[in-house]
Design a protein around this ligand. Structure first.
Ligand SMILES: Cc1ncc(COP(=O)(O)O)c(C=O)c1O
Length: 346
């Protein structure tokens, strides 16, 4: 499949904004080409629009060439730009599962795109073969491990989908570091129509910095660079990003704590009779179906604990992010007391 044929025809030969900083200045140069302040304050200069240092470091970390990495202000920006690159307003169709990360739909709506929403099975797994409309669509996004259901799709099924699809398949791996399953990264070489999205917001504890990235075919990555806002990542976030990537090995300990806590919370929840179902999770959250879910959520709120209503996915489903051991302990104590009081009422 030739990736050139996948992007919007009007963006094929699109001439992007030519930035003063496209080539970074040397120390000796006098820079009078970007209407910046000349006095040398720490942030007086525009940042590197091509994120060279950041992509180099990330590339070393992932063992990938720099030209297959796009950096965005959070993975949400990557998603936004991918929709723009492939789909025309009022004409394009985005295919997504019904039960998935809500921003795909919102961003598609903002861009005036049509949606094709297909069903996952009762365990929130993908159908073995893509539905007819997915095969025809120019763009499909899968989230794996999926938010808010927590399960990961099998590599084999995703590869089957890639073989049959005529368009681009985006796999959002925002939670991949919490999973015991394989990433789709290894499929990248064989399928130029695969784009993988990841983020520093979750396992690497940096949601406030706003750094996400897309990995894919160099032609498509270059095209994403051509349509983004010129200076989408501030100097501050690029500098902090370098430190975060350097510290990635140190996050392993924290990821392990989250995994242990996830297992503990899951088995605790399974011991409560009023818990109808706990979906097994490969992410840093659990989706749980409770009896009297709205009352429980309200009660926890009064006790200073916020969890997320996900009843649009399943009636009475709440999504709980895994906290610190202390936070989870408090949650478990409150859950017990909520349902104990309930049994005395009835
Ligand atoms: C599946 C998924 N993708 C992307 C994002 C956005 O992440 P970022 O902070 O990188 O924009 C989220 C945030 O919750 C998410 O759950």
């Amino acid at each position: 499949m030739n990736p050139e044929n996948l992007i919007r025809p009007d963006l094929k030969n699109f001439e992007s904004y030519s930035m003063a900083k496209a080539k970074l200045p040397t120390q000796e140069e006098i820079i009078l080409d970007a209407n910046e302040s000349p006095f040398g304050e720490p942030y007086s200069r525009y940042p590197d629009p091509n994120h060279f240092d950041l992509r180099k470091k990330l590339g070393e970390c992932l063992d990938l060439p720099i030209n297959s990495i796009f950096m965005g202000s959070g993975s949400d920006e990557c998603i936004d730009l991918i929709l723009r690159l492939f789909l025309l307003p009022n004409q394009g169709y985005l295919a997504i599962p019904k039960e998935t990360y809500g921003m795909y739909k919102i961003q598609a709506q903002i861009q005036g795109l049509n949606l094709f929403q297909f069903e996952l099975d009762e365990n929130f797994q993908l159908p073995k073969l893509p539905p007819e409309d997915v095969i025809k669509s120019k763009l499909c996004i899968l989230c794996s491990p999926n938010n808010p259901t927590g399960n990961q799709f099998s590599l084999e099924t995703i590869e089957n989908w890639l073989k049959l699809m005529n368009g681009v398949l985006v796999v959002d791996e925002a939670y991949i570091e919490f999973s015991s399953g394989n990433s789709v990264l290894e499929l990248r070489k064989d399928y130029p129509n695969l784009i993988i999205i990841r983020t520093l917001s979750k396992a690497f504890a940096s949601a406030g910095i706003r750094l996400g990235y897309a990995l894919g075919n160099p032609y498509l990555i270059e095209k994403l660079y051509s349509i983004k806002l010129p200076y989408n990542l501030s100097s501050l976030s690029q500098r902090e990003g370098l430190k975060i990537i350097d510290g990635i090995p140190d996050f392993q300990k924290k990821i392990q704590i989250i995994l242990q806590e996830r297992a503990k919370l899951e088995s605790f929840l399974n011991s409560i009779p009023q818990v109808i179902k706990v979906w097994s999770s490969q992410a840093n959250f659990l989706l749980v179906e409770f009896q009297r879910a709205p009352d429980l959520q309200g009660f926890l709120k009064t006790q200073g604990i916020r969890i997320r209503d996900r009843s649009e996915i399943r009636a009475n489903a709440l999504r709980i992010s895994i906290g610190t051991p202390q936070q989870n302990q408090k949650l478990m104590t409150l859950l017990k007391s909520f349902y104990c009081e309930e049994s005395t009422v009835y």
